[in-house]
Design a protein around this ligand. Structure first.
Ligand SMILES: C[S@@+](CC[C@H](N)C(=O)[O-])C[C@H]1O[C@@H](n2cnc3c(N)ncnc32)[C@H](O)[C@@H]1O
Length: 291
């Protein structure tokens, strides 16, 4: 499948979810990440010096991960934002912060292309690889290749917000489980020859990194959506039920009635939703084998 045939992600959807994403990301992974980076990265020099962090955000979309993380990392940073979609890259590049919280400069460039083509050679000199809401869109081979590239280059990876395949809606509805199962099957579908991992992505990534000697930490990172997030909840419901329906057309007309019911509850402020995700930090082994 050539890259231009891949599904496109609407900037509006990525904007709508940015606040919930930021609230969901697991800050617990930042302390071990910062410690690892402090130990292995050359100390920051004066602004404009070549020292500091080089960070590649794969599948950056409109750059939500960079906006969240850049201000939480110390020292000068050079971000390279990767995506297939040139329109998203333009938005991401234009919206990156220009300083970190410590006042050090943050610069960003964009790189259009398929992340599946990236190798350890491409990651040489890279301090950190990040991705967010991406892992579940990949195949097992692509996750293996990503782990190989990161560990081969000695680069840690922070892979955030991968779908876990679990949602909790309150109040519950007898049709919740049916929609959840159909949606998860849709996430695991074979799309033009690519068998997507969907909710199996985190387990595949943990195994891929650990097999190469990396230390892997995982933390749950659920969206918790209430009245204040009703616009996101409504859009998520349309996508969630729509994908379930696309996967199992026989679910109509129940799925249509279910969506109508859930949207009414959402509009009335009566619905809360937890959409479970997982964040993963993979720290490659020390080149000498020592810790
Ligand atoms: C669900 S969006 C997430 C965007 C962003 N990381 C965020 O958290 O808002 C997935 C992004 O990955 C990009 N993408 C998907 N497959 C890709 C690939 N093989 N190579 C590069 N980018 C890819 C899409 O274009 C899209 O921008």
């Amino acid at each position: 499948m050539s890259a231009p045939d891949r599904p496109r992600f609407a900037p509006r959807w990525l904007e709508l979810r940015e606040r919930a994403d930021a609230a969901a990301r697991a800050p617990e992974l930042l302390r071990p990440l910062r410690a690892w980076l402090a130990e292995r990265t050359a100390p920051a020099g004066p602004p404009g010096s070549p020292h500091g962090l080089v960070i590649r955000d794969l599948g950056c979309g409109i750059g939500s991960m960079g906006r969240w993380l850049a201000v939480r990392l110390p020292g000068p940073q050079q971000w390279i934002l990767h995506d297939l979609d040139p329109a998203l890259l333009e938005l991401a590049g234009a919206r990156m912060p220009v300083t970190a919280d410590d006042g050090m400069p943050v610069a960003a460039t964009t790189a259009r292309g398929d992340l599946a083509a990236l190798t350890a050679d491409d990651f040489a000199g890279t301090s950190l690889v990040t991705a967010s809401a991406l892992l579940d869109l990949l195949t097992r081979d692509e996750v293996e290749d990503l782990a190989e590239a990161c560990v081969g280059a000695g680069t840690p990876a922070l892979l955030a917000l991968s779908v876990a395949g679990r949602v909790e809606l309150s109040p519950s509805d007898p049709f919740d489980a049916e929609i959840t199962d159909a949606f998860n099957d849709h996430q695991r579908r074979t799309d033009q020859g690519r068998a997507l991992l969907g909710p199996d992505a985190v387990a595949a990534a943990v195994a891929a990194f650990e097999r190469r000697g990396a230390t892997v930490l995982v933390q749950s990172s659920p969206w918790r959506l209430g009245c204040a997030e009703s616009a996101l909840t409504a859009e998520w419901l349309r996508g969630w039920v729509g994908a379930a329906h696309a996967q199992r057309p026989e679910l109509a007309p129940e799925a249509v009635a279910y969506l109508r019911r859930r949207l009414e509850e959402c509009a009335a402020g009566e619905l809360t939703v937890a959409v479970h995700h997982t964040d993963l930090l993979a720290l490659p082994p020390h080149p000498s084998g020592s810790e």
